[in-house]
Design a protein around this ligand. Structure first.
Ligand SMILES: N[C@@H](CCC(=O)N[C@@H](CS)C(=O)NCC(=O)O)C(=O)O
Length: 267
């Protein structure tokens, strides 16, 4: 089983947490979307949307986060022979879908200083153009990606788009806060796939230095966040890249890569 993912990608984090929690083995392929590695032609041929995560098991390919997680859950159930296994309940599925409905893209980008955001976006447009020249047979897919990049920039200039995303997130977190007043985890006293979906959202808020506004202000979520960070799966998938000094380290490395490539005009 092959997983194309990256620690920066929130949806990839969800899938990797599910793999760790369910103890499923896989071959990992890291493609950094900030440096445009997901735009390489080999990946475009596998997955024309160039998005992450992407899952492949033999001839079977899956592009959607929730579908990948459901597949992982089935594999884990089959390989355990059904022991100690309860399939995801209706409630777990509802929470998974509800969390997935919040798209972190505009929210995240709107919290990145304009200077960095513009630099990365220009870099990625150049990567797309360079890859298109190398693989003219993929031109239409690359053109679509370029249009997508311009559309994202346009949407970010629309204050309505950003505030809608903020309101959506606040509503979701309010609902989580109220649910966590009744149970330890999102859907009861046992950790479930609904928690797997929620943890990366909280990690994103923490990465953007927004814990105070969105997490600490909600005491049940704050307590939950502290608790789930102790899990080995969190440490392996997220903590190892973003806790404490590691966060600066990771961001600086990516930033230096982009600066050097831009200076050398190598895209
Ligand atoms: N439909 C996909 C969406 C995944 C998605 O939006 N991935 C983002 C990162 S979390 C991505 O690949 N962004 C890079 C790009 O769009 O080029 C899913 O449900 O998994």
């Amino acid at each position: 089983m092959q997983l194309y993912h990256h620690p920066y990608s929130l949806d990839s984090q969800k899938v990797r947490l599910a793999l760790e929690e369910r103890g499923v083995d896989y071959t990992s392929h890291r493609l950094n979307p900030i440096t445009g590695k997901n735009l390489d032609s080999f990946y475009f041929r596998l997955n024309p949307s160039a998005k992450l995560p992407f899952f492949q098991n033999g001839a079977h390919t899956i592009f959607e986060t929730i579908e990948i997680i459901k597949y992982i859950d089935r594999i884990a159930m089959v390989s355990s022979g059904g022991h100690n296994f309860t399939p995801a309940s209706q409630e777990v599925m509802e929470w998974m879908n509800k969390i997935q409905e919040w798209n972190p893209k505009y929210f995240t980008l709107s919290h990145i200083p304009v200077k960095y955001r513009t630099f990365v976006s220009k870099f990625l447009r150049r990567v797309i153009i360079a890859r298109m020249a190398e693989s003219p047979d993929l031109a239409s897919a690359y053109h679509r990606k370029l249009r997508e990049a311009y559309e994202t920039e346009e949407k970010l200039r629309d204050a309505e788009v950003v505030s809608r995303s903020e309101e959506h997130l606040a509503r979701l977190l309010d609902e989580v806060e109220s649910k966590l007043s009744e149970s330890t985890y999102l859907t009861g006293d046992e950790f479930s796939l609904a928690d797997v979906m929620l943890i990366p959202v909280l990690a994103r808020l923490s990465l953007l230095d927004l814990e105070e506004t969105y997490i600490i202000s909600r005491p049940n979520i704050a307590e939950y966040w502290f608790m789930v960070k102790q899990r080995p799966s969190y440490k392996k998938v997220i903590g190892r890249y973003f806790d404490g000094w590691r966060r600066q380290n990771m961001l600086i490395k990516t930033w230096c890569y982009l600066r050097v490539r831009t200076m050398l005009r190598r895209y």
